[in-house]
Structures are given as structure tokens and as C-alpha cells.
Design a protein around this ligand. Sequence first.
Ligand code: NAP
Length: 319
Amino acid sequence: MVTAPVVIVGNGLIGAACAATLRGSGHPVITVARRGEPGPGHLSCDLTDAGGRAALARLLRDRRPARVVLTHGPSDVTWINAHEREAADTHAGVADLVAGSGVPAVLISTDNVFAGDRGHHRPDDPIAPANAYGRIKARAERAVVEAGGTALRVSLVYGWAGPAYRETYAGRCLLAAAAGRPTDAPVDQEFTPVHIDDVRTVVAAHCAAATVPGGVAHLAGPEQLSRFAFARLAYRLAGADEDLVRPCSRAGTEWATRPRFSSLTCDRFDDLPGLAGWSPIPAEQGLARMVAEMPAPTGLAAAFPAARAAGLAAGGGTR
Ligand SMILES: NC(=O)c1ccc[n+]([C@@H]2O[C@H](COP(=O)([O-])OP(=O)(O)OC[C@H]3O[C@@H](n4cnc5c(N)ncnc54)[C@H](OP(=O)(O)O)[C@@H]3O)[C@@H](O)[C@H]2O)c1
């Protein structure tokens, strides 16, 4: 096990989960994000600014971490399409500085580097980004991989996001189900959803390994499902009427600009510490885990601020 700190850039759904897992197993961790109290375990800076990126470069130079894991945003696909330059500064700018730092890196990347006209992509498939998000992540991947790091492309991640962050699609479905609220779910957008616990497990193993494997790897759930099928499964497991999930086309929804497929085939990670024989959990198991962790209906209002509960039909981002 490495004892120098791990720097986790981004402290949202993926970053916070990875930080908690690593800290839980005794790794010192330093998180980086705009929000959060600055201190020995957290650097607060805006990576869109050259000054913020310089602060990160200083942290890497002064602390010489064992790994840097890039999980930062922006992650809202629609926002990135409208703000490509700022998003490029934040994603490709950070990837370039990390590549130049000599610190072994793991970049959380995306299936959006593919055109999305078919499912089950593998790491060697040629990329063809169809949106600004995919183009920027492809640039960041190149920088990290050429420097010997790993680009870990993950499919849509689900799990409870925590009160400070936008809820995941699964969380929104489960909360709507618990409230007996109907939801419209596209039948024509398919993905391979992966549970956050699988993401944190694989990222932590990359940090515990003697060296990062390098290259591109795919981390995804074991099944390809439509949003409609996934939402129905969530409603069923939450004990709600599945028919509250109404089929629709993605045109006219928040996913109108998304490709038909956001789908990866999951690699094996047998060579990483503790992952011999590992495989990702199916959606039924992951959603059941979320239901088990879900606050009781009477606790919903306290656990999930009203604005979030009211916004169940809204949202977006990579989710
Ligand atoms: N979630 C998914 O399904 C999924 C799938 C594939 C790939 N990814 C990629 O994985 C990464 C993490 O995803 P996520 O779902 O964990 O995202 P998230 O919950 O939105 O978290 C993003 C983190 O980045 C920080 N951040 C955003 N802009 C920043 C800036 N200008 N300077 C410093 N920090 C900034 C945010 O904190 P502050 O707001 O406090 O700065 C937050 O901690 C993203 O690159 C995303 O594109 C996610």
C-alpha cells in the first residue's frame, strides 16, 4: 500500500466516494474543489482559472502524491456544449498540468468519447466524440495516457449523491417512486449503469497498485438497459407501481441531445490488488442497495431538501 497522499481532484459523486474509501483504508487523501473548507485534507480553488490550476500544480510539486485521480467537473453535458472553452480549460488544462507533473494519474473519463450509435464499446474502439464534452474528455485522456496514466471511462454512475450534489438518475427515480410521483423515461436511450461502490472499488485499487496500469480501461455495469427499463426496475424495488413510469422518446426530454447509446463493455481488473475475480453488480442489486440505504418516507423531507425533492423531474448533467 502506498503511504504518500492521494490527491483527488473533484469532491462530488465520484470524488467524495473515492476519498471516503481511501481514507477508510488508511490512505491520506487531499481533495480539490471550489467548495469545501481549506485545510490539510482539502485545497479549495477554481480550476477554470489559471491561478487555481497553478495552486494545484504547487500542491502536486510540494506534496509529491502517490496518485492523482481526476474526478472534477464541469460534468453537465448541456452546460459544456455552451461553454466549451471554459470546460476545456478545466478538463484539458488540468490534464496537461497533471501529465507534466510526473505524478501517476487516473482520469475518470466517459463513453461520450464515442459517437453513441451503438452499444458495448471496448477500449480499442476508435473514438468519435459527438459533443463538446466528449471532445474535451478525449483531449484530457490523450494527455494523461501519453504520460503513462490511466483513462478510466465509466458509464453512467448511480448511487446516492449526498445533499450537496445533484441527485443521480437512480436517486431521482427512487425518490419519485417513494413519493408516488409519475416519471417519463425514454425508451430510446440505453446505458450500462454502474454503481458508485464499483467505481470507488476500482479507483481505490488503482491507487493501491504498485504502478498504474496505464492506457484506457472501461468500467460499466453488466447490463445494457434503457432509461425506461432502469426506471421501472427502480420503481419496482422501491415498492411503487411500475406503471407510474411512462415510456417516451428522448426527443423533448432533457436527454434530447444525448446519443442513443451510452454503453461500454466492462473490463476485467484481475491484476489490480484485491480485484481478482471481481465483477460489477447488476442494476437490480445496486438499486436494491440504494433502497436499503434510502431514508424512511417520513425522513425524506429532512434528508433531501425540498428543492431537490421538487426538482425530481429536472436535472441533467452526465446523469
Ligand atoms: N457521474 C457520472 O455518471 C459520470 C460518468 C462518466 C464520467 N463522469 C465524469 O467523472 C467526473 C466526476 O463526475 P461526478 O458525477 O462525480 O461529478 P460531480 O458530482 O458534478 O462532481 C464534480 C466535482 O468537481 C468539482 N468542480 C467542478 N468544477 C470545478 C472547478 N472549476 N474547479 C474546481 N473543482 C470543480 C465540483 O466541486 P465544486 O462545485 O465545489 O467545485 C465537484 O466536487 C466528471 O469529469 C464527469 O464528467 C461522470
